[in-house]
Design a protein around this ligand. Sequence first.
Ligand code: WTA
Length: 648
Amino acid sequence: MTVEATPPATSSTEPKFYYPPQALVENSNIMAYAREKGFDNVDDLYVWTIEHAEQFWSEMATRYLDWFQPWDQVLDASEAPFYKWFTGGKTNIVHNAVDRHANGANRDKVAIIFESEQGETTNYTYAELAREVNRFANVLKAQGVQQGDRVTIYLSRVPQLLFAMLAVTKIGAMHSVVYGGFSTDALHSRIMDAQSKVLITGDGGWMNNKIVELKKITDEAVERSEGVVETVIVFKRTDHDVPMKAGRDLWWHELEAQPGMDEPCATEQMDAEDPLFMLYTSGTTGSPKGLVHTCGGYQVQVAATLSFVFDIKPDDIYWCAADPGWITGHSYIVYGPLILGATEVIYEGAPSYPSPARWWSIVEKYKVSILYTAPTAIRGLMRYGEEHPTKHDLSSLRLLGSVGEPINPEAWRWYHRVIGHGNCPIMDTWWQTETGAFMITPNPTTPLKPGSGTKPFLGIECDVLNEEGLPASESDDGLLVIKKPWPSMLRTIYGDPKRYVQQYWTRLPGFYTAGDAARKDADGYYWVIGRIDDVIKVSGYRLGTAEVESALVSHPAVAEAAAIGLPHEVKGNAIHTYVILRQGYEGSDALADELRKHVGKELGPIARPETVSFVPGLPKTRSGKIMRRVLKARALGLPEGDLSTLEA
Ligand code: WTA
């Protein structure tokens, strides 16, 4: 099995488990629920949730959410693997995340603390948030957006990104958020697949004190999209000059100033299985997949996991430092914390601007109590040394989190010791864009092992199986599978239900295969090793080798290309590419540099390859498939493995 990384070595001098503080365990939300159910520990509660999965999820649905109309059936498996949850139920995620707070006790509670890269703070209470969402929902309606329409959102990390997403779902349309670090080609292909008539962007965004040219990239992507996009709504953030195309481009603030925009806008009553949003992710082919999540089950699992894992309490200051443009941001910046009525921090800019102490100053300034980030960020900040965090008072922190890729034990221990002052458990949450919410994760009662996501969440059944579908032994890697449907699962791939079945449900029939290799140890703890498919995790971002290759081939000098991921100290993996040039071109450092930049321009800076090597040929199977694992083994000086299918 080819994987992106090797499992962490365990050292005999380290403690086997890191135990959580007893007070945290005793006062945790998950223990409160365990006690309600008559258990004195979470392991016993877990067993009960597996035996009573539907009852468990329906209890979560009423514990955390209001429904306009209750459901008839918790789980409908009659068209598996097209599972349906809470069928017959009527709901709207914006009712739960915004409206009910704005009309209730949380009205004047701060929902969002926004810190700009320049250091200004803007707070939005739940009542103010509701006004913003309401107003922008009216704008969208006035622009003709209707239930079921797909609206593409391409913004930087500003509160307006949340307002836009919430406004879209309030009126029953679907958002397709494209991460603001992506470029022309990535945006273009997502617009085309979603066929979005309306696109929301900014004149630019701030990152590292530089303007990210969102509008310029939007213009290029929209031009290429041959009349698909009719309206571009532009939020003014940087206030630098951008061309506005008459009849297509409209300023956000001018639209909001139109008469009637402050009138109440109805929150649509949606069926639980109506689509909520789509989010593109990389897979095995060059075209990204639009994963579809729905209105009911998604919010149930997002709310329950956030409450039980990050243990949100009314006074917590929660900060998920991801970008709302990724699933982590959708579930645990936009929807989860707001459903729970939490106060959260959103920081616009770069972690190291103006110094590598920026994040720690934010923790101190707002007394952040829960910090959720990615291993790559931890490794990046760790490199600058301990003097930056130790200059700041981080004593407000009580829980930490990690997501996106396996966290190496060294980074885990640094995070635990230096940031968490040795008493903040780290919630290493394993999940995917596809799963919508945490699947394998500790909770505040779990004894931790650095580098392991520990065990499945309540109600979730996983396993590690070999290629024959049998449980892998403790010492063996196998395929990570999910054995039963879960409420926040993806429902399909937008416009391609066959691909949904083929991609996720055929490798080991009856099980959802996650695309990850993993190992389960003698304590039942899961160790995710890495991807088995042609996906590379760069700084926790998910990129397809095929996307990088097709960006390279779009350059006139390139005949053929292969991309692989190789270990990188900070990014986890870095992209290395091999290129066969067209006749008439010759490899040079200048051309290699040009190709790296070309990929950066087409897909986004995160996809820019680390190296471009010019080669006369590529190892291929007889059927013409590039054998990336051979390239990888060669690059790492490892045995090349079974070459029987290699082209002679
Ligand atoms: C990887 C991100 C190890 C994994 C939420 C998965 C992880 C892919 C972890 C999904 C973790 C995510 N430990 N690996 N805690 N979290 N992964 O769709 O390979 O961007 O399949 O969702 O990230 O990436 P995605």
